[in-house]
Design a protein around this ligand. Sequence first.
Ligand code: SF4
Length: 202
Amino acid sequence: MPAKEDLDPNTVSRTHKAADGAHSGEPQYRLCDPQLDVPDGYIRLSGDLERDSIVNGPGLRAVLWVQGCRQHCPGCQNPETWTEDPTIGVTVPIEKVKDELRKLKGQTGITFCGGEPMLQAKALLDIARFCKKELGWNVWSFTGLVYERIPRDTVAWELVKELDALIDGPFILSQRDLTMKFRGSRNQRILHLNNGEIESIE
Ligand code: SF4
């Protein structure tokens, strides 16, 4: 029997029942559907666009920090990104983000961080396609959702199908491991993807 919060996508839980490291179970609608309430053509960011990052994927990378997360992992390093209050963070036109990305030189890819990228998958899908087709970058994303539990009938899954890699799973304090590449806890996996299918796992 799924927990009530899994049945009601409008419920925003402050507990963390999904943080079990299990790679099966009920779809995690509440974490990505409905999407964050942002006007069409806009994205809400929690921080400045970063460049030349070497800690969020391979090579030199742009990093987009998005606002909003319903997972609420104990020990999260960015709890200020949880709120969906429209007065927190900065809501910007997607076209402006693309203009900023166009100006960056020497980047091999982009990584979506947060916050929860799947909560703004509609906007990030547009940006991911732009980065791949116009800039020739590879596209990675973090998510607190578990790959197998991402609902396949959502825009979040459409975003997954555009990604070259997904680092999945919530941060679990009891499994914290600071020696892992690009990840904070041992349950999290680097999934290399092709059209949403797993090609390899790190
Ligand atoms: S999924 Fe990430 S941003 Fe969200 S609470 Fe967990 S660690 Fe924080």
